[in-house]
Design a protein around this ligand. Sequence first.
Ligand SMILES: [Zn+2]
Ligand SMILES: [Zn+2]
Length: 389
Amino acid sequence: MPVINSIAAMEEEMTAWRRDFHMHPELAYQETRTAGIVAEKLKSWGIEVKTEIGKTGVVGVIRGAGDGPSIGLRADMDALPMDEHNDTPWKSRTAGVMHACGHDGHTTMLLGAAKYLAETRNFAGTVNVIFQPAEEGFAGAKAMIDDGLFRDFPCDQVYGLHNWPQMPAGSIAAVPGPIMAAADKFDITIRGKGAHGAMPHNGVDPVVIGAQIVTALQSLVSRTTDPIRTAVISVTMFKAGNAYNVIPDHAVLSGTVRTFDGRVQDRIEAGMKSIAEGIATGMGGRAEVDYRRGYPATVNHARETELARSVAAGVVGAENVRQDVEPTMGAEDFSFMLQEKPGCYLWLGGGGGAPSENVHHPQYDFNDAILPIGASVLARLVEDLQPKR
Ligand SMILES: [Zn+2]
Ligand SMILES: [Zn+2]
């Protein structure tokens, strides 16, 4: 059971949609053109549509034959604030904005699946096709959830798909457990007392306090975190002073924390506060920690991942469903949906489509050859998991 024939027949049409989205990229929460096209197409296929969920999000509801569970399929619509360095006829027409993560392709694949499902309705229950804004750093998934996404469109399971240029086109990875990290930010402000650089005994040196804190923070990874689990703490900025002979009165340390496990994350946040405050106080100063949680870890649910794997194997062949894929320390806001509902976030191999194999690169481009594969996987998730009775 490879790519669905009638979806394969839509390849040219889907490629045209994808390239049109690519030419007209839109930043987080400004996806009005994209959302408008999505809503219009869904309506033209007889799908009920609600717009402006989480500002620019769109949901289409496709009802199958008879009662059954409901499934949510999600795509993201936003682009990145960067210039494109490709020279294709469909390159970005908006300076400083580019679809460099393939969300143009994700939106297109979900549209393709929606069109097929609306025409065939060969499943029981309901499908909610979810087009979200602002995946790139602005938590559009959370905005939709906060705006009543799962209240108004109940979903028993949710699935999302991201193109993965480092994997060969047509391969798929669905890995249970944590696959992408939680990404948090912190600023530690250390207050001391300024003094002449030659007379340190008259002050409290925030640079020396900061240096102790930088070193001690690493013990949160090596001594506080269970060695079987993992974490990264990187102090990426250390700002203090502006003269050779003046001890400044304050210093600021900033950086990022990446974790896969909520308990590890809690312990690091608490430990960072006690280390910074304890060291600063012990040395005669003060420290204030501003710890800001970003996207949570993306954690695939075991049962749904197994289901997704068997569906994917049906489309691309079991030999192309990869088991050997390592998690990445990157982050993804589908994590908010997976906190609410069981589901799986799949990676769809897309290698070979453009000069750059890296997303977020000015010479990246979505590989159109995988459009029918992704759309077929999304459609089969519905038909295989919600068979008509
Ligand atoms: Zn991205
Ligand atoms: Zn992305």
